[in-house]
Design a protein around this ligand. Structure first.
Ligand code: B12
Ligand code: SF4
Length: 362
C-alpha cells in the first residue's frame, strides 16, 4: 500500500513508530511535514496514495481537519486520523466524515507496540528537518504515568504502563549516536519513576552512550543518590512540573499532592548535585489570585531554579480541571472546535537568571 502521512511542523515520535511498523510490512510511506499546506497537498497528489494518515494533538486538530477537507475536495482517497486528539475526541473527526484510529496506530494496523523491537523511523523526519534535529533528539524509555494531575490528559489516554528494557534503550541510543546524536531529551512522563530500572539504565548509559541529557523528573522520585547518579551519567538538567507554589491550589485544583517541603527537598538535591533545574509554572489556574502568584514567585526563588517555564493553563478535552473553569460545557457548546484557542500557547520564559535573581519585582 502507498501511504501518505501528514504531521504538523515537527518531529513526532508516535508517528515515527507507526511509520516504522508500516514500512516493516512492505508499505511505501511518504511523510509530508506541513510547513506549507498547499505545496504538500499538491506533492501528495503526485504520490497518489491509497491511504492518507493525519496525526493531531488538540493544539493542531483544526489544521488537520482543514487539510483533510482540502484533500477530500481533490481526491477520493481514504483519510485516517490518529494521535492524542482523535483518541480523546473521535466525534470531532468522525462528524466531518473521516475515520479515526483510537490509541496505538501499530495495533490499528494489526501489529503490537514493541518499542524495543520496532524503533521509530526518525530518518524520515530528519530528512525534512534542519540538521540540529539530528543532534538534539527526544527519547522515551517508558510510556504512561500513574498520577492523575487534573490538567493533564495522561489519564484519559488509558495507556498501559510500558517500561522498555535498559538494554533495548541503550542499543537504540547507540545507533542514534553513531548517526549524529549529540544530546538527548528524555521525555518519559517521569523518567526517574522506577529506581532500580533507572540505576541499571544509567550504569549502561554511562558506559555506552555518555551524551549530555535533560530529563523529566518528579519531586517524589528524586533523592540525593539518584541526583548524584544522574550527574555522574552526564545529565545536565532535570525538569520538574511544580505548576504552582500554593500547596492549596496544587492539592485542591491540580490534584498534585507534593508538599512544599517535598519540592524544596527535591530541588535542593538537584542543585546540590550541580544539575540545572528547570521548573514549570502554569498561569491562569482556577483559584489563582495576586497573593497566590506572589506566593509562587517567592517559593520558586527559594528553589534556585535556572529556568521557570511559564504556561497558560490549557483546557484539554476531558481533563478534570475543566470543571473549575472553561468547562466541558463550553467545549460541547462550540462543537469542540475552540479547544484550539486554549491549547495553542507555549512559552518558556526564563523568569530567573542563573543566580536566582528575579527579572521581576517581588
Ligand atoms: C514529547 C512530548 C512533547 C514534546 C515533543 C512533541 C513532539 N512534536 O513530538 C514537546 C515538549 C515539544 C511537546 C509540546 C507540546 N505538548 Co506535548 N507531549 C509529549 C509527550 C510527553 C510524549 C509524546 C509521545 O511521543 N508519546 C509517545 C507516542 C508513542 O505516543 P503518541 O504520540 O500518542 O502516538 C501513538 C498514538 O497516538 C498513535 N498515533 C499517533 N498519531 C497517529 C496518526 C495515525 C494516522 C494513526 C493511525 C495513529 C497515530 O500511534 C502512536 C504509537 O502508539 C506527551 C505525553 C505522552 N506521554 O504521550 C505530551 C502531550 C502529547 N503534549 C501535550 C501538550 C498539551 C503539548 C503542548 C500543547 C504543550 C504546551 N503547553 O504548549 C505542546 C504542543 C506541541 C505540538 N504542537 O504538538 C498533551 C496533549 C494533549 C492534547 N489533548 O492534545 C500531552 C498528551 C501531555 C498532556 N499534558 O496531556 N510535547
Ligand atoms: S502532569 Fe506529569 S505527573 Fe501529572 S499526570 Fe501528567 S504526566 Fe503524570
Amino acid at each position: 500500500m502507498r501511504i501518505a502521512f501528514y504531521c504538523k511542523d515537527d518531529f513526532n515520535l508516535g508517528v515515527a513508530y507507526v511509520i516504522a511498523y508500516l514500512k516493516s510490512k512492505g508499505n511505501e510511506v511518504r511523510l509530508f511535514l506541513e510547513h506549507n499546506e498547499n505545496t504538500s497537498v499538491l506533492r501528495q497528489l503526485k504520490f497518489s496514495p491509497d491511504l492518507v494518515c493525519i496525526s493531531c494533538v488538540t493544539a493542531n486538530v483544526e489544521w488537520g481537519i482543514n487539510l483533510a477537507k482540502k484533500i477530500r475536495k481533490i481526491s477520493k482517497v481514504k483519510i485516517l486520523f490518529g494521535g492524542v486528539h482523535p483518541t480523546l475526541c473521535p466525534e470531532t473527526i468522525e462528524r466531518e466524515g473521516f475515520e479515526v484510529c483510537l490509541g496505538d496506530g501499530i495495533s490499528y494496523f494489526g501489529g503490537t507496540f514493541e518499542p524495543d523491537n520496532t524503533w521509530p523511523d526518525r530518518e524520515i523526519f530528519l530528512r525534512e528537518l534542519p540538521p540540529v534535529h539530528r543532534a538534539y533528539q527526544i527519547f522515551m524509555t517508558g510510556f504512561g504515568c500513574p498520577f492523575k494531575c487534573s490538567y493533564c490528559n495522561s489519564q484519559n489516554l488509558h495507556r498501559k504502563l510500558i517500561r522498555r528494557s535498559a538494554d533495548g534503550c541503550v542499543r537504540e541510543l547507540e545507533y542514534l549516536k553513531a548517526n549524529g546524536l549529540k544530546y538527548v531529551l528524555f521525555v518519559d512522563d517521569i523518567f526517574t519513576i522506577n529506581r532500580s530500572w533507572l540505576i541499571d539504565f544509567l550504569r549502561s548509559y554511562r558506559e555506552n552512550i555518555n551524551l549530555p541529557f535533560t530529563c523529566f523528573g518528579h519531586t517524589k522520585f528524586i533523592d540525593k543518590e539518584i541526583a548524584t547518579l544522574l550527574r555522574n551519567s552526564s545529565c545536565e538538567c532535570v525538569w520538574l512540573g511544580i505548576q504552582s507554589g500554593s500547596e492549596d491550589i496544587r492539592k485542591n485544583i491540580l490534584n498534585r499532592h507534593e508538599t512544599n517541603e517535598d519540592i524544596s527537598n527535591a530541588c535542593k538535591v538537584i542543585k546540590d548535585a550541580k544539575l540545572k533545574l528547570m521548573i514549570d509554572h502554569i498561569f491562569d489556574l482556577p483559584g489563582e489570585t495576586y497573593e497566590s502568584l506572589l506566593e509562587s514567585f517567592r517559593f520558586y526563588k527559594t528553589l534556585r531554579p535556572d529556568v521557570v517555564n511559564c504556561y497558560e493553563l490549557l483546557y484539554l478535552p476531558h481533563a478534570e480541571i475543566n470543571k473549575f473553569g472553561h468547562s466541558e460545557a463550553k467545549y460541547e457548546a462550540d462543537g469542540g472546535r475552540n479547544y484550539n484557542k486554549y491549547a495553542k500557547s507555549f512559552q518558556a520564559l526564563p523568569l530567573f537568571c542563573n543566580q536566582g535573581n528575579s527579572l521581576s519585582t517581588g
